[in-house]
Design a protein around this ligand. Sequence first.
Ligand SMILES: [Zn+2]
Length: 296
Amino acid sequence: MKKIISIIILMVLIITGCSTVEKPNDSSGEKLIVYTSFYPLNFLAEEIGGTNIDLRMVIPNGVDSHDYEPSMKQLKNIEEADIFIYNGAGFENWADKLIGTIIDEDKALKASDEVKLIETNGIADPHIWLNPQNMNKIGEKIKDRLIFLDEKNKDEYEKNFNELSKRLNELDNQFLKKLEHKNKDAILVSHAAFAYMAERYDFDQISVAGISPEQEPSPKTIANIIEIVKEEDYEYIFLETLANPKTVDIIAEETDLKTIILNPIEGLTEGEQTSGEDYISIMYNNLENLKKALVN
Ligand SMILES: [Zn+2]
């Protein structure tokens, strides 16, 4: 796969080299073109940039973000970006290869550079957006970058960021408050997406799959989890919205666990989009379900 991406990038570069070079944003009054790799970062840019930016998202909603490979046309289009915001920490392997080739380094904004990373078995965990305080830090960086490139809309970017920051702080406070008196200290999850949430709100995640939802658990892992569940008196196992529930179903059947949703917000489902859900509303749903599993 690495080879294929390299070839695609090379082809894009050749095509780019042959076309006339356009200067982005040389006429005043044109909006900044902001590319984000996936939903949580797109949410931040949308809230802060509002109608002052031309916002585009690479990984569409409803697909598995870990697995996504952009098309050649998409890669070519990203070249127009004034800012390219991506997660890093191994979440979008294709994105790192764009920096310094299709995207100048000074146009990239790598969200994972702004927060303290958690490592599992020596590998950085990419799911940084599931701690609202991390979203605050990344949002502030996006705001600063927008102001740097588009000074005339400074007041609006400041105002939008302050409002967003207030909502994220309130979300964080609600998590702290509602999970304060928990009487269980761990949750069972289908994929290990919740380390940042678990660290912030002081619980553990026991996962069926690895950091990426495609990692199929071995029969031994499944047997271990069934053992843990029987010993520890768990009531719920968390499913997520965009992943395959097969393994979780096996465990739930073997153990009489109830399945419940914990959403890693790696993209919105069609249903979530039509009902107007966003990062913050989904996080509040997550909180309600966490309360069921941790507090009773
Ligand atoms: Zn994930």
